[in-house]
Design a protein around this ligand. Sequence first.
Ligand code: PLP
Length: 438
Amino acid sequence: MAFDVKTNSLAEYWMPFTDNKGFKENPRLITQASGVYMTDHKGGKVIDGSSGLFCSPAGHCHPKIIEAVHDAMQMTTYVSPFGSSHPLSFALAEKLARLLPEDFNHVFFVNSGSEAIDTALKMVMAYHSAMGNDRTRFVSRERAYHGVNIGGVSLSGLVNNRKSFPAVMPNIVMMRHTWNADELMVRGQPQTGVELAEDLQRAVDTFGGQTIAACFVEPVAGSTGILAPPVGYLERLRQICDENGILLVFDEVITGFGRIGGKFAADAFGVTPDIMTMAKALTNGSIPMGAVATTDNIHDVISDKAAPGAIEFFHGYTYSGHPAACAAGLAALSIYEDDDMYGRAATMSPYFLDSVYQLRDHPMVKDIRGIGMAAGVELKSNGKPGQRGGQAQVDLFWNGMHVKFTGDCGILSPMFISEKSHIDEMMEKLKKTLDGLT
Ligand SMILES: Cc1ncc(COP(=O)(O)O)c(C=O)c1O
């Protein structure tokens, strides 16, 4: 699609999480994409090193997804999800439930990861209300990112995401993050740090376990720059939750659908939560959609409490289970299965990680943390946090590669369709860009 940045105004669109002024002085628009490549508005070829925003393991513009969405739109462009629905929503929920850990037989559709987090918070509250529990405290973690709605900001452990928004939910207790400055360049799960899970026990000891409703964690903290859990850490959180009737929620918005091994982090680490949130790769990023899945037990406690004929869960969105999103989700999950995307991710991971860790001695690199098909490459700060990362992101783009940066950390998460030659191309462009940084 032609777009002339000289004649079209860039002023009106207020871009999210963007230095709008800087961007509009030096715009970088994507006008087309296919597979692992995108095309910018000047006609340049850009390789996608972050699957967009961890969204598209099967590549951009997958024809089967386009066709499925097109077909669904011929059937119906909208159905009210309150008290009615359409066949694709049931089909997707069933397909998803078959992928999830045993007992996760109930799926609630939303439109984003942030909505998934708010929905999970309300599911936890509804469960404890139905149980007659008086639990109003939530536990989260420093450096956590759980989206941008008020629930997610309340759980957020990233200062910039909180500091302009003081009126968030009360009664949130923070565990420490798991990054260890004395143990850099860790590949996979750190061997040390399991004791950090005792922060949850300390919350129990301080406030009383019976006051804590749930503990929310990203099994691998993603947006902060890929922090894999120390060996034994998630197991210990699970144990403390079990001992105290606390629900464990895994935010799998990034880790879901094979990103760090297994189909979900719950499989990869062998720890099963009570509630899982997901989004992004659910539709290969093609149509906005998120989901919250839970067990028979939690679902039944909430449902059984409602009077016959009454709504069980007073929650939902106008676009929950939209037909276009369901069609995209069904097509994406079929592609992941039919083209063995989970297997491809597992096979490519060692090559990808070997390649990324070759940057370990680069003078600009402070730390690298990688697991599965995700790696955080943290640059040395120039004293102004985020400035060097922001520059790297722009330079990298003009060198022909897209990477998502959080502050000074570039977060690589290649598509699962990437070949070794694509990984080589990414590393070449990344190195060239880092060489040019000051
Ligand atoms: C772990 C996690 N949770 C929630 C979200 C929010 O998702 P969304 O941007 O779709 O609202 C994100 C987004 O990156 C995420 O990484």
